[in-house]
Design a protein around this ligand. Structure first.
Ligand code: NAD
Length: 381
């Protein structure tokens, strides 16, 4: 575990974003972005009460730091530590947050600050959207995955015994403070998992640029990611900071274009049908990022097999995943029949077919309208 102050405290970029539901979201990205918390609360006219929801790791590393940003004469701050990972995304913890808010007299002017990985974003966001039909929500995502994905896009969720993310809302935060410094305590495995989603963004970049207002930079994102993983990189690598900003922008533009996932937003699911099948078949022995990495490689292999993509693309994706220390093959012990079966319960299923996102023509471009009969899902393996 690395825990040092960032050597590259660069500029914090702030974007003001009008979401589909007419909520203005301020998105600050860069080392030190968390220090904008007090300003943001003033800008949104927040009430005095603030609940910080955290998980054990962020309680340990960042809670005191974030609390010190909020002057005690201006804010009445309380905290609630929820269990780590998916164990927090339950109706029991949702209820505990509601009870906390009720017991301390929170009203609609008051604020929940979610400080943690994607699990905390999802749970705290859900609680926030449903208590009194919505308080102010501020997200401080502390994992790479949460910064580039879970904190952006307004989806909140808890799990039900029958499945992941089955209960949820669309609810946009008033602010997202994506601070690279908080990644300093993130275990390497979690940093790597987040990188799988970053690679996914690289593989959809041209389609996003074509279908939304997202503008590509001078170099393709995929090339920049290749630069990052060429040498040992760390959380504070300036290349990583540029990548985080690009991924956040890409998701913001996609969500602005298609908030309810009826078209373009589906591109974000590249590799995820295989990934969800793998997570369920391996009983979550693979992390989400590892499963996504395998999903990206499998979809590339499928596209090459269907002659939709040149052969070199598969080598390039594999090479990138290997350098990023991510897997690219279905684990040896996994049963392909069970895996294909697990994929049939994907949320993207429409009747007897499943909507897939398939790489097309060249890496960076995808076709997100491909319909595959569920009986043919084994072709993806
Ligand atoms: N709402 C969305 O759009 C969306 C998108 C993608 C993923 N998700 C959800 O996000 C979750 C996955 O996100 P995740 O991987 O961040 O999960 P997570 O919250 O479980 O965090 C992963 C691990 O990293 C630790 N951690 C987080 N920040 C840390 C830090 N700064 N220092 C040390 N340890 C730290 C956590 O304690 C945990 O053990 C899933 O529940 C998934 O469903 C939601």
């Amino acid at each position: 575990m690395r825990h040092s102050k960032s050597k590259h405290r660069g500029t914090v970029i702030t974007m003001n974003w009008s979401t589909a539901l007419d909520v203005k979201t301020r998105v600050a990205v860069g080392s030190g972005a968390r220090h904008k918390l007090t300003n943001v609360l003033a800008q949104i006219g927040a009430g005095k009460r603030v609940l910080i929801v955290c998980q054990p790791s962020t309680a340990n590393h960042w809670l005191r730091d974030v609390m010190s940003i909020l002057p005690s004469e201006d804010f009445k701050v309380t905290t609630l530590e929820v269990p780590d990972g998916e164990s927090a995304k339950t109706s029991e913890w949702l209820l505990r947050i509601w009870e906390h808010l009720e017991g301390r007299g929170f009203d609609r002017q008051d604020t929940i600050v979610a400080l943690g990985g994607g699990a905390v974003m999802d749970l705290a966001g859900f609680a926030c959207s449903t208590y009194m039909r919505g308080l102010n929500l501020v997200l401080i995502p502390t994992s790479l995955l949460a910064q580039v994905d879970a904190a952006i896009g307004g989806k909140t969720a808890i799990n039900l015994p029958t499945g992941k993310n089955l209960a949820g809302t669309f609810f946009f935060p008033k602010a997202v403070l994506a601070d690279q410094e908080v990644l300093s305590s993130l275990p390497q495995r979690e940093l790597t998992c987040g990188l799988a989603e970053v690679i996914k963004y690289g593989m959809i970049e041209d389609t996003v640029a074509k279908g939304s207002d997202y503008e590509k930079g001078p170099r393709a994102l995929l090339e920049v990611i290749e630069d990052l993983v060429r040498d040992n990189y760390d959380y504070d690598d300036p290349i990583l900071s540029g990548l985080i900003t690009s991924c956040i922008k890409m998701k913001l533009y996609v969500v602005a274009k298609d908030p309810q996932e009826t078209g373009l937003r589906r591109v974000l699911n590249l590799g995820h049908t295989v990934a969800h099948g793998l997570e369920s078949e391996t009983s979550f022995a693979l992390s989400h990022g590892q499963a996504v990495a395998i999903g990206l490689a499998q979809m590339t292999k499928y596209a090459v097999g269907q002659k939709k993509l040149e052969k070199d693309a598969l080598e390039r994706v594999k090479e990138l995943l290997i350098r990023a220390e991510l897997p690219y093959e279905i684990p040896k012990g996994a049963s392909k029949e069970k895996l294909a079966q697990a994929m049939t319960s994907d949320k993207k299923r429409a009747g007897e077919k499943i909507k897939l996102v398939v790489p097309h023509t060249k890496l960076g471009t995808v076709d997100y309208e491909t319909l595959l009969p569920v009986t043919e899902l084994a072709k993806l393996l």
